[in-house]
Design a protein around this ligand. Sequence first.
Ligand code: GRF
Length: 189
Amino acid sequence: MLASGRGSNLGALIAASDEGGYEVVAVGSDKPDAAALQRAVRAGIPTFVVAWSDYSDRQSFSMAVADALEAAGAAWVVLAGFMRVLSSEAVDRFAGRMVNVHPSLLPAFRGSRAVQQALDAGVAHTGATVHLVTTDVDAGPILAQEAVPILPGDDVSSLHARIQQVEHRILPGVMADLVSGRLPAGSRG
Ligand code: GRF
């Protein structure tokens, strides 16, 4: 798993791992101080850091990330709040085996400010999406998504918290389905 932030999705994945039939084998980050890494350490999960500043370009950074994931024995890769775009060569090394969770109903509101974009647009619903990673950012095949209402008075914080409640349910569900072979051939939606 790759994360740059809080790691609440990591927590949800760990909590559901026994029931889901998968194991989180490593957590990597571009940020040495990411709370997600501390969460992994507390759970006894190996961690690694690939710092953006140690590499001269996206390609060498991305290959180092892919090497670390392979060294950790990752069969599947989950991106949850990983704030770096990996090169197409790195994505191709995990083609069909790399999953991202995004806080909108894709294809609406791609990119890093998805929750703010939904508020700015004045839509009544946004949501959470789990999709396969392809070289187009936030545009790979959708594996699961669920709508979340936007309520009067919502700000980025309150809306993102409501979206994350959904993420924490659908991401472990997708991983359970992937490792058991029920996805992507099935019709989860
Ligand atoms: C999630 O809301 C995800 O949709 C977005 O980044 C957030 C990561 O949260 N891409 P966390 O680090 O798992 O708490």
